[in-house]
Design a protein around this ligand. Structure first.
Ligand SMILES: [Zn+2]
Length: 105
């Protein structure tokens, strides 16, 4: 994360503390602290990915994370889909009317 005061890429997430942070949280603002100049600042969650605040490497990592997350979500959706299909087949087999001929008649 790039510090807006000294322009160094040494800012990291800061712990939320106090009422001011909690109020800012409602507006999707995340606290950061710069390791170089020790100043604290806030960034909007949506603005986090802007090239002004992120280095190229950071954005590449974020992109990769997003892709991996989507891949996992897709796999989960497929698994849930098959599970739902399986349950539907079982319910169909249990509830379908029996067509087997009676023996001995
Ligand atoms: Zn700084």
């Amino acid at each position: 994360m790039t510090c807006p005061h000294c322009k160094q890429h040494h800012a990291h997430r800061s712990h939320r503390s106090g009422l001011a942070d909690r109020i800012r949280r409602l507006f999707q603002m995340i606290p950061y602290r710069c390791r170089t100049c020790k100043r604290r600042f806030y960034a909007f969650r949506a603005g986090e990915q802007s090239p002004r605040m992120r280095t190229n490497e950071e954005r590449k990592i974020m992109e990769l994370r997003r892709r991996l997350k989507w891949k996992r979500t897709k796999r989960e959706l497929i698994i849930y889909g098959f599970a739902a299909l399986f349950v539907a087949i079982v319910i169909y087999l249990i509830t379908r009317p029996s067509t087997a001929p009676l023996s001995g008649s």
